[in-house]
Write a protein of this length. Structure first.
Length: 115
């Protein structure tokens, strides 16, 4: 069955960096656009960024522009999110999924940015 397993979150001070990973299985990963999403406490899940199946096209939400970078490794069925210059407002649970979302959400990985 399809699995999306996010990892790499943690507690970091404002201005710090984290690199998230999402290991996918159960579908033909290389043929899907992949995205990162996040949900802060009390808020709706929001789009962060996405990458096309060929890895040469990306889009970013306003909150991620200039600070976050998405990439993928199709040999490892993994999508990454490099997050720099983190802010307390980036605190959320981060999830990956296809774009548009096709599969059940994984458990996500918690990112907490302290001020």
């Amino acid at each position: 069955q399809v699995q999306l397993v996010e990892s790499g979150g943690g507690l970091v001070q404002a201005g710090g960096s984290l690199r998230l990973s999402c290991a996918a299985s159960g579908f033909t990963f290389s043929t899907y656009p992949m995205g990162w999403f996040r949900q802060a406490p009390g808020k709706e899940r929001e789009f962060v960024t996405a990458i096309n199946p060929w890895g040469d096209g990306t889009i970013y939400g306003d909150s991620a522009k200039g600070r976050f970078t998405i990439s993928r490794d199709d040999a490892k069925n993994t999508v990454f999110l490099q997050m720099n210059s983190l802010k307390p407002d980036d605190t959320a649970v981060y999830y990956c999924n296809t774009l548009p979302t096709s599969f059940s959400w994984g458990q996500g990985t918690q990112v907490t940015v302290s001020s």
